[in-house]
Design a protein around this ligand. Structure first.
Ligand SMILES: Nc1ncnc2c1ncn2[C@@H]1O[C@H](COP(=O)(O)OP(=O)(O)OP(=O)(O)O)[C@@H](O)[C@H]1O
Length: 368
């Protein structure tokens, strides 16, 4: 398969934006009918080359239906952010991508630069973790929210100002906050601004990468409810990334669990969280009990061992050195996703067999 250059290495080109698609995307020739809003096919991302190359995403297939919410969970370093950035070709030039990312049937990885710029706001937008680093410290937040409206919607300055006030209200901030600089806002308010920016051009899809990391628990809950309410009200699809399986299972319809650059389990959110098939998903679920759920009044259990170094992955199933139920063959053979129930898939030799329940994980302090 040919490698796809990322945004930084793409040719700049102008694109006549005649009309808009049902998705709010500017039309590019004849739009291809798509049954799913987002289809990721055999996506691979490698940073660098040679012996020190880091294969961060190693053949991911995922589908997100229009109006649905998909959560991607996994420990730090498993490739979640790389996957999110790859969806809109926001990776650095050292990253090589292959595969397909079909947004409304159009492949983001091969589309021309001018088209990509339009799609980045009107098709899908990203809410990053750590709003302080994503906002420009020297510009008022109103100007930052108005910018995509001016640039990508062709709005007049007066219309962009009206849209900015509307967006601020939608995310629960008073219009007067438009004049504030990022450092004058709290962490939660800044994250609300990031959400307002993501909504600015009416995207069909929002990718939220750890949108509540670094916020305290109360504010975290408020931001999650805000995202849920906005995507429901505006019929936006959501792809949310987090290390916290409990948060994702509360917010999303479906969950995909990622380990060492691959999806090891996917299915309906509640069943993946409550009755995971893959030993890694089970360990992740045990590490993040639901707060306030009496059924989850168990001590959080830490995962034994560390995630593998992507540039020196273990043989066979990459989870086998940490797996409490590994068989000898797991060190030799990797498993691909196989059916594990209605609408569920897991990549484990035990799928379909009786999975030993014991998990040799280390109990940690219960949550207060
Ligand atoms: N620009 C880069 N150059 C080289 N390697 C990178 C780069 N960005 C990420 N990586 C490596 O790719 C792997 C996946 O990183 P990524 O940030 O996607 O994981 P993650 O699951 O999002 O982790 P976190 O939750 O900590 O952000 C890691 O080994 C990381 O060190």
């Amino acid at each position: 398969m040919t490698e796809t250059p990322n945004a930084e290495t793409s040719d700049a080109e102008t694109h006549p934006e005649a009309g808009t698609s049902k998705a709010g995307l500017p039309n590019a020739g004849t739009p291809k009918a798509a049954s799913s809003l987002l289809e990721i096919k055999d996506l691979r991302v490698t940073y660098g080359t040679g012996p020190s190359a880091v294969p961060a995403v190693r053949g991911v297939d995922l589908v997100l239906e229009s109006g649905r919410k998909l959560g991607i969970a996994g420990e730090s370093g498993c490739g979640k952010s790389t996957l999110a950035l790859a969806l809109l070709r926001l990776l650095p030039a050292t990253a090589k991508l292959t595969g397909q990312v079909l947004l409304d049937g159009e492949d983001v990885l091969t589309m021309k630069w001018g088209r990509l710029r339009a799609v980045r706001w009107a098709g899908a937008s990203i809410v990053f973790q750590g709003a302080m680093h994503s906002l420009n410290a020297v510009h008022r937040i109103g100007d930052q929210i108005a910018e995509p409206v001016l640039l990508h919607r062709g709005a007049t300055p007066a219309a962009a100002r009206r849209r900015t006030v509307e967006l601020l209200e939608q995310v629960g901030l008073p219009a007067s906050r438009a004049d504030a600089y990022p450092h004058e806002l709290s962490g939660g308010q800044r994250q609300r601004v990031m959400i307002a920016m993501a909504l600015a051009c009416d995207p069909r899809l929002i990718v939220a990468d750890e949108p509540t990391t670094a916020l305290d628990v109360m504010i975290q809950a408020q931001i999650l409810r805000l995202i849920e309410q906005l995507v429901a009200d505006q019929d936006i699809s959501l792809l949310m990334i987090s290390h916290d399986l409990a948060v994702l299972s509360d917010t999303c319809d479906r969950l995909a669990v990622m380990y060492a650059g691959r999806i090891v389990e996917e299915g309906p959110a509640k069943s993946v969280y409550d009755a995971a098939e893959h030993p890694y998903s089970r360990a992740l679920s045990a590490a993040f009990p639901r707060i306030g759920d009496p059924a989850s009044r168990r001590a959080p259990r830490g995962l034994p061992g560390d995630p593998p170094d992507p540039s020196a992955l273990p043989s066979g199933c990459t989870f086998h050195p940490r797996c409490p139920v590994a068989l000898d063959e797991c060190a030799r053979e990797d498993q691909s996703l196989r059916e594990a129930g209605p609408g569920r898939h897991a990549a484990c030799v035990h799928v379909g067999a009786a999975v030993p329940a014991q998990m040799s994980v280390t109990p940690t302090e219960p949550r207060p």
